[in-house]
Every structure is written in C-alpha cells, then in structure tokens.
Design a protein around this ligand. Sequence first.
Ligand code: GLU
Ligand code: ZN
Length: 295
Amino acid sequence: MSLRHPVITRFAPTPSGELHVGHVLAAWRARRLADVHGGLCVLRIENIDADRTRDPRWLAGIYEDMQWLGIRFDGEVMLQSRRMGEYAAALKKLRRMGVLYPCFCTRADARAQWTEMTSAPHAGWHMHYSGHCRMLSDDRIAELIAKGVPYAWRVNMRLVEELIGCPLWEDLQLGVRRCVPSQCEDAVLARKDIPASYHLAVVVDDAAQRVNLVTRGADLIEYTPLQRALQALLGLPTPLYAHHVVLRDTGGKRLAKRDHACSVRSLRAQGISAKQLLSAVQRAAERGGVWTGWG
Ligand code: GLU
Ligand code: ZN
C-alpha cells in the first residue's frame, strides 16, 4: 500500500463542547499532511448524536476556531446529521449479509455480564461486550421484539471473520497491521436511540469524502481493525492511517474536553496568538504528546 494521489485527509470533530488543544493538533496534522503531499483536507462534523451536540455554539465554534488558527479545508463540509439515509442503507446491506444481531442489553446488563465474565469488580472504560445477545434464539428475539424491548444492532465479528478473513491495514508510522475480526468487539452499529453509530458513520463517510489518509489521535487506534473489517464488508476502499500522539499533561493525564483551561476559546481570550498556540501544540507532539502549555 502506498499513498494515493491526490492525498485526501480529514478533520472530523464532534461538536460536543469547545475545541481544545488536542483538536488543534488533529486539525493541524491533517492539513499539514495534505499540504506536504499537495493534497486536500476535508472537514466532517460528527454530529449523529443530536443530544450530545445540541448546542449550536459548539458547531459555530469549530468554524470560528479554525478560521482564527488559519486552518482551512477543501470542498464542502460534511454534516453527519444530514446523512442518516446513507447510514440506513449501509446498515441494511449488513443486515442482508446476516452479520448483525439485535442486542437488548442495557448498560447495566452489559456491565454485569462483563463483571461475571472477567470477575473484575470494576468495569472500566474498556469494557468489552460479552456477546450475550449473539446467543439468543430466534424465538427469544421475536418475543423481545414483540414486547417492544428496545434494541441496538451489533455486528457478529466471528461471522465477519468467516466472511472476510483477516484483512490488512497500514499506518504510515506503524507499518502494516492485520485485522483479526474475531478479536474485535461485537460493536454497536445502530444505537437504540440513533439508527447509526460512530463506527458505521465513520467508514461510510471516509469513503464518501474519498479520504485516503485518515489522520487522527492514537486513542482511536484500537477501533481501526473493526473499521477495517467494516470497510471490507461494505466493499469500501480502505484508507491509509496516520495516527498521532494524544496530548497529555505532565502527570500523563489525557487533556479532556471538559478542561476549559485548554479550550481554544479560553486560550484566545487569554491573549494567546494562533501562532503561539500552533507552535506549542507542535512542540508537545514532538515531545511525545506532553503538553506543558507555554513553558
Ligand atoms: N469524531 C471523533 C472525535 O471527535 C473523531 C473520529 C475519527 O477521527 O475517526 O474524536
Ligand atoms: Zn445484548
């Protein structure tokens, strides 16, 4: 695999709060990689979750902050909220392939199953779904649906492996990796409340925007094999990846969205210039992601 031309990268923020320094790194890196290769960089707003992205100021803030930083994007902005029909079509295709199953579990059920499975008392962030509903009989499924129990659609990754095997993907820095579907979680592709999910939308949209170089934080690398498998199932081209460091404070803690002190808006209000911010972000990336502010 090698870079295809023109190189098309993307910045895909979720407007669920103010942009912070981590977003600045992601946006700058995407723009920079496009420029280095004489390519394009597109913008996608990941707002399938109307509740999390309800405040219109957050979307307006993205445009404003990017303009202030001098980071521009090519072509039209893609808004995921307008693409539910595309996600429904992809979901239908996967359902027809027989790789999806309804999951009736609540969050509490999933946590309890996970604890039982691993005998770990604290179900943390990286709790994996137990596969409970993969085992339900057709009769039981029909019964629960008839009762009106809400359900999500999950993808049966063991079955996916039988269909597509173990496809490769490549990261510019990390090299070629193999996706082993059966080692991926049976992810939710359509939520109970939204007929789509991040994973489904991201593969459909990267293809629709012709993105061939996905630049994003290394915190998402654990999902790349799953997304690679979905690309294979849906017959979509697979992009190259360029995962970058995630910014952390000196104590090693990830800079979070909630941390207002690191938001672009508040730094701007403190009189920091766009140039200062961009160079501080680049320095942090060179230091392996350690954010020390202006020191
Ligand atoms: N929307 C995601 C975020 O804000 C990024 C998804 C991706 O780059 O694949 O973190
Ligand atoms: Zn379930």
